[in-house]
Design a protein around this ligand. Sequence first.
Ligand code: PLP
Length: 402
Amino acid sequence: MKSMPDPYHVVAGSGDRIKLADGRWLIDAISSWWCMIHGYAHPDIVASMVDQVERLPHVMLGGLVHDPALQLAQTLAQWLPGRLNHVFYSDSGSVGVEVAIKMAIQYFINSGVPGRNKIAFLTGAYHGDTTGAMSVCDPDDGMHQMFASLLPVHRQLPRPPKLGVDASEYLGRIEQILMSDTSIAAIIIEPVMQGAGGFYLYDPSVLKGFRLLCDRFEILLIADEVATGFGRLGRWFGVDFGPIVPDIMVLGKGLTGGHIGLAATVATDDVFDRFYTDNSRNALMHGPTFMGNPIACRAALASINLLTNTTLIQISAVENQLRQLIELNDLPHVTDVRVMGALGVVEVNDPMVLDGLTAFAVDRGVWLRPFGTVVYTTPPFGISQSNLQRVIDVIREWFEHY
Ligand SMILES: Cc1ncc(COP(=O)(O)O)c(C=O)c1O
């Protein structure tokens, strides 16, 4: 936008900081849209990527396969709960969601069940910017309202009550909808936290409720873990808060430690078996050129290797420190403060209250980028205590200054 300041020019990144062309270093309080979970240029991830560039930077994944793709699929299958054993690669979270939608619709076609061709999505949802993904985002609050005429119409469900509020009545409403609408093939959710929909946290009991309802009505549950996966909320995956096992899970962002684009749409044995038959019409028709890129798979393997129990302890330390933000709840413009894992959110009553915050923070050595009525921090898990304190202090100073 002409009215926006020019972007800050970044020349390097290291650990929890990025370097601007004018020589300033900024603490990245939002990990490049929440993906840089180990910080920038982690030596293990970089070394794996460099090694792979020299061996085989890319090869098509049609009729050919390579070790990094196989090893990553095995690693994910071993790690993920239940029978989530089959991995389909693509290059971004949005495309990973497209694949999940196609899988869910085709699951019923391949099973010979006619008419189940709609996806149910939650009010407040965000699942990406490509056309299919847009069609399961909140149609009013999202960024896609102007494309309404282009998008297939799916089934919008109400938003779950916020964290801490009993969800039984809500689940009763969902049950009524599922009973009356036999066109629904799957429910897609962002487990526990709706990210781009304003970092909205809802009660984990809803996860079990969705799982039971999907089982009862014999439809699929898709967990979009693009934002919640790999520890952001303090457990490895959002579904672990249930705990539940979805039929399809979408992973992205932190999958490669944020170092390069890669997504994985992971399906259970039951879903996979409907596609893996002698009939070529049952195959999943999706084959992106850069599917399963070996450099990206190596980055993911290195990143996953870095995720140990120590990481969960780090995240819990970040959470404890972020709890200082809760004091801001008493300030006049602040309507809510929420902290979960390595996520801290301050919500205000008017987006104007956050106008100018980015430049204010940059002047104080911190990169923050509020959207709508929220300013949030999603730091790398290993952020130093002093740098995290700087982030918290800058947010606090903004409200004191306002
Ligand atoms: C829950 C969720 N799903 C999907 C996406 C889309 O991912 P990408 O931006 O990699 O296409 C995002 C991005 O923010 C997301 O938060």
